[in-house]
Design a protein around this ligand. Sequence first.
Ligand code: AMP
Length: 303
Amino acid sequence: MSLTAVGSLAFDSVSTPFGERERMLGGSAVHFALAANFFTEVKIVSSVGEDFGEAEIDVLTSRGIDTTDVERVEGGETFFWRGSYEYDMNLATTEETRLNVLESFVPKLTDGSRGSETLFLGNIQPHLQRQVRAECEQSNFAGLDSMNIWIENERETLIEAIGEVDCLLLNDAEIRQLTGEANLTRAARAVLEMGPKIVIAKQGEYGAALFTEEFFFAMPGFPLEDVMDPTGAGDSFAGGFLGYVDKHRDELDEHTLRRGMAYGSVLASFNVEEFGTERVARLTEDEIEQRLREFRQITHFEI
Ligand code: AMP
């Protein structure tokens, strides 16, 4: 059991109504890996510049995350994202995106990451997601995340990439944007027709919903009183979900997918409690299991 993830390793400058941070460690692959690592062995495929130092790599490697396939470009600069949130923290406003080393990135996978059974194609240019999907021939469960700028600027390639995976994870607004369907259930059906067997609509503080041809399942958001920074919540959710799925690959049924949704929700809820990776980087398994039980209690009812 192991999980390969391609995505951005980033410096993020973020402002929310509760504070701001300059150039903190971020990126889709970082948030994903820190969450998935609680369940399975994670290997990251990405590229960074010279400005990505020992301290940043240490956050990953000290948790046992494999960074062998993170290429370091001499003289290059790491991907940079600047975003802000208003009081409705479900809406991120992108103020600046500098692809930097990701602009010319060609993924080079060693046998280790090529051999994983499970794959996460995190938010990055869709043509890179397709390249990694094609290289990982042994992987038989792949999830894909993306965002509005790729839906707008690389729509055709993104739809091809979606057709090559088993599970699409997107924000509800992005699923509507991708399909042109205002109704989320219809929009999810339209995505199922593109190829994936599973569609997960991430709904920010309202939780997440899973659609397949056979069943529907939804988790609410955890009722948190202090939400500092939602950046990376979607990737933490994906890490919890796919990490759990990878750990239970020999029993990949409806129950496993439902529990995966629960773990995804738990990891996302911790991620938003502090800025960037601060909270998840020091999270413990006991805290995860405790919140899972609380989630179970708040979603339980008798008839
Ligand atoms: P999310 O889970 O959607 O909040 O993802 C936030 C992370 O995505 C941030 O840490 C950013 O560095 C990263 N990100 C933002 N825009 C892009 C982009 N265009 N490509 C790749 N990663 C991005």
